[in-house]
Design a protein around this ligand. Structure first.
Ligand code: SAM
Length: 272
């Protein structure tokens, strides 16, 4: 499948998820079971965090971690969220960087941008801007951002080298990359890699850990660290494999403990 086809499928899927939330539902990564049952996207934020954002931002949350909790954001910093969805991490970042800082969200899906802008309006925050565009071509100048966050989006890109090169370009020297992503340890059965349903569900496009580290280093990043935040066992794999229509009983034992949500950190050298 070509990159543009895959991008359109991703856009359609997340456009529908945004419309569902706008109509009063919850976003879901699968068609059969609801979001609460999803082992990847459920239970990521504390009650005090969700109390600070509109309920629709929480309902639209489709990440696999909580990058703002781990990114050590400071007052006055400029933050960019790659694939900002309904905006929950942008709104939380905006609180952390305060009125002298700024939080940008970047997303390619019109329905998600509309939802995020509505959530910004409800939250009444001004130091936030949602931008339309692709993470492979970030619409911001070189060296303009202190911290890049992202929550379960880089795995969806068919051109991860380009995403990381763009992230490096827009970061200021000394800037930090602090993203939550699905990462794989070891070999994954080909049936998983071939599944479009599992690609849009953030599983099939996940990078192997060493490959992720290699791509970050190739883009110029240093201080690379991959910290598991949730490791998926056989029962979790059964859930996402059966949702994708694959033979869960046969494949799940082969991926027991191989997929994880991880916090990926790296830094742009001060001299770059
Ligand atoms: C799994 S959702 C995560 C949304 C959000 N980060 C969160 O935690 O709820 C993926 C989001 O990334 C966006 N997205 C996927 N690929 C993208 C790309 N190549 N460029 C820009 N946005 C993209 C989708 O439109 C969707 O809103």
């Amino acid at each position: 499948m070509s990159d543009p086809d895959l991008r359109q499928i991703v856009k359609d899927k997340y456009g529908k998820a945004a419309l569902k939330v706008a109509a009063g539902g919850r976003a879901s990564c699968g068609s059969v079971s609801g979001r609460e049952a999803n082992p990847i996207t459920s239970r990521l934020y504390t009650a005090s965090e969700t109390a600070c954002v509109p309920p629709e931002a929480t309902a639209a949350s489709l990440g696999c971690g909580n990058p703002t909790a781990l990114a050590e954001l400071r007052a006055g910093e400029t933050v960019l969220d790659l694939g900002s969805g309904g905006g929950i991490d942008v709104l939380l970042s905006a609180q952390r960087v305060g009125p002298t800082g700024k939080a940008y969200g970047l997303d390619m899906t019109d329905e998600m941008l509309a939802l995020a802008r509505e959530n910004q309006r409800k939250a009444g925050v001004e130091n936030v801007e949602f931008l339309k565009g692709e993470i492979e071509q970030i619409p911001l100048p070189d060296k303009s951002v202190d911290v890049i966050i992202s929550n379960c989006v880089i795995n969806l890109s068919a051109d991860k080298d380009r995403v990381l090169a763009e992230a490096f370009r827009v970061l200021k020297p000394g800037g930090r990359l602090a993203v939550s992503d699905v990462v794989v340890r070891g070999e994954v059965p080909p049936a998983i890699r071939r599944s479009v349903e599992l690609w849009i569900g953030c599983v099939a496009g996940a990078l192997e850990e060493q490959e992720y580290r290699g791509k970050l280093a190739k883009a110029g990043f240093t201080g690379i660290d991959v910290e598991p935040t949730r490791v998926y066992r056989m029962e979790d794999a059964q859930e996402f494999l059966s949702r994708a229509g694959l033979d869960a009983a046969a494949i799940a034992p082969q991926v027991d403990g191989k997929f994880m949500s991880a916090f990926v950190r790296a830094r742009k050298p001060v001299s770059a």
